[in-house]
Ligand binder design. Structure first.
Ligand code: FES
Ligand code: FE2
Length: 498
């Protein structure tokens, strides 16, 4: 059993454990996280029984008992065995990624909206950490993200110059208050609300509950998931971010649906001629804490609310792990193929609810081969290449969710016809959403349920405003670089194949 230890920004020491691996660095089972303070939510580890399948009256094998069971009665509404864990998922007590740390400028505050909460992100040199403040000044509610960093390193509101500091959010100065009068800035009412936050593996996260302030026991006991590939020196990767003009639900469905790639991303990431049946199977109970699935070549894990990870082993049909886990089988351990290091690539997606009709995606495709390409390729080239993919189904998805809005998202299982196992994860996600999570993100009354008005297509496809730190990926520069993007994409594809 391998383990790594992570000390997070809250000062908690957490260990990640998993099975023995060829590279002997870190465990692939990212989700078995143990925290010294308290028990951390875990995914069910059972992989022996198939709990979900979909199809036109198809049956599925029950591997544990060697019998065949009819699991699906209606093709358009697959039944998924409910977990005995009946507790509801609470959107308001979760960690959410906010930004990629590398993209943030320490010299000025940044705005973000996550789960409908307006946030002001700024670098606090006194604590050497990124602070995530409620983005409204206690004076007269001006957005602090429009402010600046003072000479002392405090966050200064741009409207009347009040300043705030550190984990406490306490006010350090009111320029309009008489110097020799009552110290008005010491009032609790002069403090900004501060969210618990932490940086982990290059990503800034915040905890969505303000009620306990920046020190939150539940947040500390349930840290964000650690992705083993991002800590493994054998892997290379880049991390990208983009804001999208469609909802969290549509985004996560899209990424749980690899079948669309050959069509929606024809000649960019796939090819129509390559379409084939996909045998996805959900292998765990669908629970508030998520689910796992697999097909012949990959293992998929959904950890609510944001994380979806696909882990592939390349190089033929010899799987290097026990289905549903990343542990090698005994035969594989003893086989000659063990001598050849397997090529592994993961697709990590963090799907972030912003507001109705808007989402933020952070993604990374770590791999343990051809890693030098990450060193010689400028990040902005990778960003633009990936944006080509996102652009090619952006408008389609923007319109799709407006169709669903008319039908009523709660009627998804009635209106969607999903006769093949290619849609197993999408159906699993919808089941999780409906059964445990209230059918949509909990906006805490900040928005009406309706989607916002639809902007023109050219605005939706204008990616120049959507990412941090990408001044080169804008306007005409982006257009003139298209040939170069395609060239880089081809080089990556060739290295992946050979
Ligand atoms: S609103 Fe912020 S100082 Fe006045
Ligand atoms: Fe897509």
């Amino acid at each position: 059993m391998n383990s790594i230890t992570v000390v997070n920004a809250l000062g908690l020491q957490c260990s990640v454990k998993g099975g023995a691996l060829p590279n002997k660095h870190v465990a692939q089972d990212s989700w078995n996280v143990e925290c010294k303070l308290a028990r951390v939510t875990r995914l069910p580890r059972s992989t022996k029984t198939v709990f979900a399948s979909i199809g036109n009256g198809d049956s599925v094998d029950s591997r544990e008992h060697g019998t065949r069971q009819a699991m699906v009665e209606k093709p358009e509404a697959p039944e998924v065995q409910r977990s005995s864990e009946e507790s509801a998922f609470n959107w308001n007590t979760q960690w959410y990624p906010v930004a990629v740390e590398r993209d943030l400028d320490k010299n000025s505050p940044h705005p973000a909206t996550i789960l409908g909460r307006p946030l002001a992100i700024w670098w606090d040199k006194s604590t050497s950490k990124w602070q995530v403040y409620d983005d409204q000044c206690p004076h007269r509610l001006a957005p602090l993200s429009e402010g600046s960093i003072s000479e002392e390193g405090h966050l200064r509101c741009s409207y009347h110059g009040w300043t705030f500091k550190g984990d406490s959010g306490e006010c350090t100065g009111i320029p309009q208050a008489p110097k020799d009068g009552k110290q008005r800035h010491r009032s609790k009412r002069a403090c900004v609300s501060v969210y618990p936050s932490m940086e982990q593996q290059g990503i800034l996260w915040f905890w969505s509950d303000l009620s306990q302030g920046p020190v939150n026991i539940e947040a500390a006991a349930n840290p964000p998931p650690v992705f083993s590939e991002l800590s493994d020196p054998d892997f290379g990767y880049d991390i990208s971010l983009r804001d999208l003009e469609y909802s969290y639900e549509t985004l996560i469905e899209n990424l749980m649906d690899p079948a669309h790639v050959n069509f929606a991303h024809h000649k960019i990431q796939g090819n129509r001629k390559s379409a084939e049946p996909l045998n996805f199977t959900i292998t765990t109970k669908i629970a508030p804490s998520g689910f796992k699935g697999e097909d012949e070549k990959s293992v998929e894990t959904f950890i609510p609310p944001v994380s979806f990870l696909l882990q592939f082993t390349l190089g033929g049909n010899n799987k290097q792990h026990i289905p549903g886990t990343n542990m090698e089988t005994r035969e594989e351990k003893n086989s000659e193929k063990k001598a050849t290091k397997p090529k592994k690539v993961s697709l990590l997606f963090l799907c972030i609810p912003v507001s109705p009709g808007k989402s933020r995606l952070i993604w990374s495709f770590p791999r343990n081969f051809a890693t030098f390409l990450f060193k010689i390729t400028p990040p902005w080239v990778l960003h633009m290449t990936n944006n080509l993919v996102l652009d090619s189904d952006m408008y389609l998805l923007h319109l799709l969710e407006r169709r669903l809005q008319v039908e009523g998202p709660e009627n998804w299982f009635k209106r969607a016809y999903i006769p093949t196992t290619a849609d197993a994860y999408v159906a699993g996600f919808r089941r999780w959403l409906n059964d445990f999570a209230g059918g949509c993100p909990d906006w805490s009354g900040r928005f009406e349920d309706n989607l916002p008005p639809s902007p023109p297509k050219r605005i939706i496809l204008d990616s120049s405003w959507t990412s941090y730190g990408l001044p080169l990926a804008r306007g005409r520069v982006a257009d003139t670089c298209k040939q170069y993007q395609i060239l880089i994409f081809i080089i990556h594809a060739l290295f992946a194949l050979f």
